[in-house]
Ligand binder design. Structure first.
Ligand SMILES: Cc1ncc(COP(=O)(O)O)c(C=O)c1O
Length: 361
């Protein structure tokens, strides 16, 4: 049976007619940028996350750049970021004018920890970006001990929670991506910033519109970075279904374990108090190449993520001199994402595990 890595087309099919109606309504209203759909979605997402403010922006990368600036990051400040994450996390730090300082991660959760962040601190550190990697919330509460602003990059973690709080509500501010393959994906690019801090929200709101609060006076050099009305209309239809889809992902993760996956590869650890959203289900093995080949033979997609970690990327050379991140390097070589979607059932999970079990040790 062919099984794809993720499924961006099937989960929302039952909502197709409603989505088309809402898109038509936007077209009929003739208002396409920063209108009532964006305002309503911001309110609805804030209620879902349990935060005071949500600001829709053009994508999750801009969300990080804008949020860092709104948190007070200035040119040449240092911002601690993991290297084992999507490139955009660090790119957005440079976009804010700051210097990324790469830190290592925990081998089991694949997230930053208090000690890994602490090792990267200097007197110039102005903020920390904690990524909820693969949908597992980062230990943001523990990072508070460092008394620096924490930006939660929750791009991959919509629907997850930690200690009863939702991913996206854990940091001083959080950023979200609605890229189509994400847990809450729109039909193009989209992103958001979430925060309880009114001043951060106001600053971010101005930055997304060229640094202006009223479209007349320009306080900052900002960005043209707005969530559009059509994407907001789509997201308003999808948001009420997010928790159900995430439950489907959790059931798929349980099906992998029930099929015996942990006997063959290292499965991701779940930190105490965390309920991950399993954006990706990423295992670890020293035999990833042969496992990936065996899966491909059976039509099952699998992919190693971030094989070249960010601190080894050519564009980041200026920020990576002398940096050694052994856990990141090891994970980059040995991780493999298995198929994951809200609709992945136990028959598919069993097939994936059987293919892995058949690989010669
Ligand atoms: C961890 C992480 N941060 C940031 C981003 C950037 O989001 P976007 O693609 O919406 O710019 C992504 C995804 O693409 C991501 O996975």
């Amino acid at each position: 049976m062919a099984i794809s890595l993720f499924d961006t087309a099937r989960p929302w099919q039952p909502l197709r007619a409603t989505i088309q109606e809402r898109i038509s309504a936007v077209i009929d209203a003739g208002r396409f940028v920063l209108g009532p759909e964006v305002a309503a979605f911001e309110t609805e997402l804030a209620a879902y996350l349990g935060v005071e403010h949500v600001i829709g922006v053009a994508n999750g990368t801009d969300a990080i750049t804008i949020a860092l600036r709104a948190l007070g990051v200035q040119p040449d400040d240092e911002v601690v970021v993991p290297s084992f994450t999507f490139y955009a996390t660090a790119e957005a730090v440079v976009g804010a004018g700051a210097r990324p300082v790469f830190c290592d991660v925990d081998p089991q959760t694949r997230n930053v920890t208090l000690p890994t962040v602490r090792r990267a601190l200097t007197p110039r550190t102005r903020a920390i970006v904690a990524v909820d990697l693969f949908g597992c919330p980062a230990p943001v509460d523990e990072l508070r001990e460092l008394e620096l602003p924490v930006l939660e990059d929750a791009a991959q973690a919509m629907g997850a929670s930690l200690g009863g709080h939702r991913a996206g509500a854990l940091g001083d501010a959080a950023t979200i991506s609605f890229y189509p393959s994400k847990n809450l994906g729109c039909f193009g690019d989209g992103g958001a910033i979430a925060t309880d801090d009114g001043r951060v929200a106001e600053h971010a709101r101005a930055l997304r519109f060229h640094g202006s609060r009223d479209k007349r006076d320009f306080q900052y050099v900002g960005y043209n970075s707005r969530l559009d009305e059509i994407q907001a209309a789509v997201l308003r239809v999808l948001l009420p279904h997010l928790d159900g889809w995430v439950e489907g992902r959790r059931a798929a993760a349980r099906a992998y374990l029930a099929a015996g996956l942990a006997e063959h590869v290292e499965v991701p650890a779940v930190p105490e108090g965390a309920d991950p959203a399993w954006h990706l289900y990423v295992v670890r093995s020293d035999r990833v190449e042969s496992i990936a080949a065996a899966l491909a033979d059976r039509g099952i997609q699998a992919r190693g993520y971030y094989r070249t970690p960010i601190h080894r990327q050519p564009a980041m050379a200026a920020y990576a001199t002398g940096i050694e991140l052994p856990v990141t390097e090891g994970l980059a070589r040995t991780n493999l994402a298995l198929p994951m979607s809200p609709l992945l059932g136990s028959a598919e999970a069993t097939e994936v595990v059987a293919a892995i079990a058949a690989v010669e040790t």
